[in-house]
Design a protein around this ligand. Structure first.
Ligand SMILES: [Fe+2]
Ligand SMILES: [Fe+2]
Length: 435
């Protein structure tokens, strides 16, 4: 069933759910209107003071910071989408979504002011809460602003609309907010905590199910009718997904922000990855078309395994953080697992390729990659007998290059990365191991 008739929630989590027409989405909005100003937070205020410990309050506040700023941001950035869509049905639906996002802002603001005692106006509460935002979060939302600005300037370019839907509806709503709402709702239900907040967040999630359904459907149409739109959406995903990992990452990589609720970081990452892959599939984009997901093995391993790899890359300072890389053996293992996935993925484009690439790190044990090996690409620790190409650099610089924080060409020009061996073969490296 596409719509749960008791809750009004649209199924956005299964791959086979049918399309819900725009007019029906609008009708559901009319039928499900609710008042953020009328929620009763009196019990919540007591529980906030007496039923939670400091670490839980701190963890909730970090989550609220993401939501408060996020809801404010998506209220403003949705406007250009209205100019870019063509049908009246779509414009009318988007008008309801802008109203919803403003209501979500009011909901989080009220809770923060009245229950947590933070700030005395919209502006002051936002200012205070913004101090808790992390680098990954800021990267994602700066990019959302940039894409929305482009769409405002060029509402007649469908690839820009596809790009906008990819970051706004599929990543920010379908992956990040959906995951945050899921764990907050689950916690409040399991522990019968914060009843006013629990009522509100369930209503927020119901609104979001309409928004995400709209985004999936609209993107699917664009992707099905235009290769340019599909390319633009995929390029946007490759850009934003490594930052998105940082939105799930607490300040200073302090996982107690997540564990305070009784969840593990791996559970959160796995939920997010499963969520985005499901929605992409419904929009007509397979995980093996998105390099950022291929690196995590999303085309061949279950979400729990992808989550472990993503976490190791975050902890190693490769993705999702501005911290310098920490090139432990675990980080190098994760990095080379991702490299192997990418090499296997590009292998059909170079069916006759048979070569070994050696990495000699100034400060870590060497590793090499065997391409064209029977049974798939292999990563081996140590020195190969006859490598076709040898790369020399610090392990941290290789981490920066692999994570897209150091441009490979610039690293070569500045001699931070040195090559030896078959230099004609080196020219093929961006096709064999795209970053
Ligand atoms: Fe929202
Ligand atoms: Fe939304």
């Amino acid at each position: 069933m596409a719509i749960d008739t008791t809750t009004g929630m649209i199924d956005i989590d299964s791959e086979a759910a049918p399309t819900v027409e725009q007019d029906r989405l609008y009708r559901l909005w009319e039928e499900g209107n609710w008042s953020a100003k009328s929620l009763d937070f009196s019990q919540d205020a007591v529980q906030w003071r007496e039923g939670l410990d400091d670490s839980q309050r701190r963890a909730f506040l970090w989550n609220y910071a993401l939501f408060l700023d996020g809801e404010e941001s998506v209220t403003v950035t949705l406007n250009p989408f209205m100019q870019a869509v063509q049908r009246y049905e779509d414009r009318i639906f988007l008008a309801t979504q802008i109203a919803d996002e403003a209501r979500h802002h009011v909901f989080f603001d009220r809770f923060l002011r009245e229950v947590a005692g933070i700030g005395t106006s919209y502006a002051e509460t936002l200012d205070i809460m913004r101090q808790g935002l992390t680098w990954g979060y800021n990267q994602v939302f700066t990019e959302l602003d940039r894409v929305a600005d482009q769409l405002r300037l060029h509402p007649d370019r469908p690839p820009l609309l596809a790009q906008g839907l990819a970051i706004y509806h599929l990543v920010v709503e379908g992956m990040l907010a959906h995951t945050g709402q899921h764990f907050m709702r689950d916690y409040c239900t399991k522990h019968t905590m914060l009843p006013g907040f629990a009522t509100g967040i369930n209503l927020v999630a119901r609104d979001e199910s309409r928004h995400i359904a709209f985004g999936i459907q609209t993107l699917r149409e664009l992707v099905a009718n235009s290769a340019d739109c599909k390319r633009a959406a995929i390029a946007e995903l490759n850009k934003v997904l490594p930052w998105a990992a940082g939105v799930f990452t607490p300040p200073n990589l302090d996982w107690s922000y997540i564990e305070a609720f009784g969840y593990t970081p791996a559970e959160v990452f796995a939920f997010g990855l499963r969520s985005v892959v499901t929605k992409l599939r419904r929009a007509g984009i397979a995980p093996d078309e998105v390099l950022a997901l291929v690196k995590l093995g999303a085309h061949r391993t279950p979400p729990a395994e992808q989550a472990q790899l993503a976490l190791a890359l975050v902890e190693g300072g490769i993705i999702g953080t501005a911290a310098p890389p920490r090139m432990t053996a675990a980080t190098l293992d994760a990095l080379f697992t991702a490299t192997r996935y990418v090499a296997d993925w590009t292998q059909p484009r170079h069916p006759d390729l048979d070569a070994t690439i050696q990495w000699l790190f100034d400060d870590a044990p060497p590793r090499y990659l065997v391409l064209g090996a029977t049974g798939g690409t292999q990563v081996v620790q140590g020195r190969a007998a006859t490598p076709r190409l040898t790369l020399r650099c610090t392990a941290a610089d290789w981490g920066r290059i692999a994570g897209g924080r150091l441009n490979q060409q610039q690293a070569l020009l500045s001699r931070r990365l040195r090559l030896s061996g078959d230099l004609r073969f080196a020219l093929r490296l961006p096709q064999i191991l795209p970053v």
